[in-house]
Design a protein around this ligand. Structure first.
Ligand SMILES: *Cc1c(COP(=O)(O)O)cnc(C)c1O
Length: 378
């Protein structure tokens, strides 16, 4: 393939066949149940809990509102330890709750919050840890739990990247006190917009369901200042169909991941993440890391050159959250303490990966990356 017919973007949302969606729409038009825990909403909660293997799930309009609510249900306040190497919604959810984010560096292996740096920043105001399973690779969950127990902290996982990921034989969302998922268009399982909270106790789910419906705990009772973050029936119906295609899509992603790994491992100056152990992956992202000295040109130069060839990767995550002007004045945003996060964010490009990406396109991307390398003259 020498010339592309159309550009290749970092992702392309999967959708079911349109005709398969019509019966669901007919049902909605017939019953006039559009939202407020309707039949599709109930069914999707049940099917997702079974599919993922998690005890309780509450559906949300999006992942960010799920994060905001997850913090509220435990009354988290004061300071929360989190990662700068994430999508900005992670820290925004803290600010929405008047919580101070405390940034801690990531470990170089998987770019997840480094547990060994947590204890040094715990103060009397610390109430929780909010790590992210970046690219769907599990955090060091056992070590994080150990620290949380020792200091009496809650653990709230931003598992927005980690739909369908199992670690040591169980779904990753079974770790920590609570986890959130995102079903945004760009994620491996989408309801166009959408999200969820996974929790371990019936009573927690009950409180979450109040909070996502203005705090109503009965027709005339309000239990807290909840918000409206309910998933509607169209989103839920779409989710039911998407779930049927998840395994096929996951298999296609796995093949692409495999092809990329085979091809790219030979290019000097390009490094890849290892495959995580004891993990069933979702192949949500394919990050590569560009070592300018070895590869000959910088990450940004490669990123721009790929664009000229119709290949639109994304620099997830660049800049760091701690580098945005609204966050940079926090003490913990000091780049001198976020060495690995900073380095990673300057080297990363996430390459296109989605079920419809064919092997010729993968090959084309590989050849471009290979050709752009500037060989030393010796
Ligand atoms: C996508 C994402 C979110 C936000 O989810 P939305 O559904 O888009 O609100 C939060 N955190 C991370 C790490 C994400 O990638």
């Amino acid at each position: 393939m020498d010339n592309l017919k159309s550009p290749i973007y970092v992702t392309k949302p999967s959708l079911p066949e349109l005709q398969d969606f019509f019966p669901y729409l007919e049902q909605i038009w017939k019953t006039k149940i559009l939202t407020n825990n309707g039949p599709f909403h109930k069914q999707l909660e049940k099917e997702l809990a079974d599919f993922l293997g998690v005890p309780y799930i509450s559906l949300f309009a999006n992942g960010t509102l799920a994060l905001v609510t997850a913090l509220q249900v435990f009354g988290i306040s004061g300071e929360v330890i989190t990662t700068p190497y994430s999508f900005v919604a992670t820290s925004h959810s803290l600010l929405w709750n008047n919580i101070k984010p405390v940034f801690v560096d990531v470990e170089p292996e998987f770019c997840n919050l480094d547990p060994e740096k947590i204890e040094a920043v715990i103060t009397s105001n610390t109430t929780a840890i909010m790590p992210v399973h970046v690219y769907g690779n599990p955090c060091k969950v056992e070590r994080i739990e150990e620290i949380a127990k020792k200091y009496g902290l809650k653990v709230i996982y931003d598992a927005a990247h980690a739909f369908g990921v199992d670690y040591k034989g169980k779904n990753i969302c079974n770790y920590g006190n609570i986890s959130i998922l995102s079903f945004h268009a760009t994620k491996v399982f989408n309801t166009m917009e959408g999200g969820a909270i996974i929790c371990h106790k019936a009573n927690t789910k009950k409180q979450i369901d109040f909070l996502k419906n203005f705090g109503f705990a009965g027709e005339t009772t309000i239990m807290a200042c909840g918000i409206n973050s309910k998933m509607n029936e169209m989103q839920a119906a779409l989710g039911l169909l998407q779930l049927k295609n998840y395994n096929t899509n996951n298999e296609k992603r796995r093949e692409i991941d495999h092809l990329y790994r085979q091809n790219l491992k030979g290019i000097k100056g390009i490094s890849l993440l290892a495959k995580p152990e004891n993990t069933v992956s979702n192949y949500a992202y394919f990050p590569i890391f560009v070592d300018e000295k070895e590869y000959g040109i910088s990450r940004d130069a490669l990123y721009e050159k790929l664009k000229t060839k119709g290949i639109y990767g994304r620099r997830y995550f660049y800049p760091l959250i701690s580098e945005f002007s609204m966050y940079e004045s926090y003490d913990s945003a000091n780049p001198a303490k976020l060495i690995h996060a900073k380095k990673t964010s300057q080297e990363v490009i996430c390459l296109p990966i989605y079920p419809d990406l064919d092997s010729k396109e993968v090959d084309y991307i590989f050849r471009c990356i290979s050709d752009f390398r500037i060989h030393s003259s010796v």
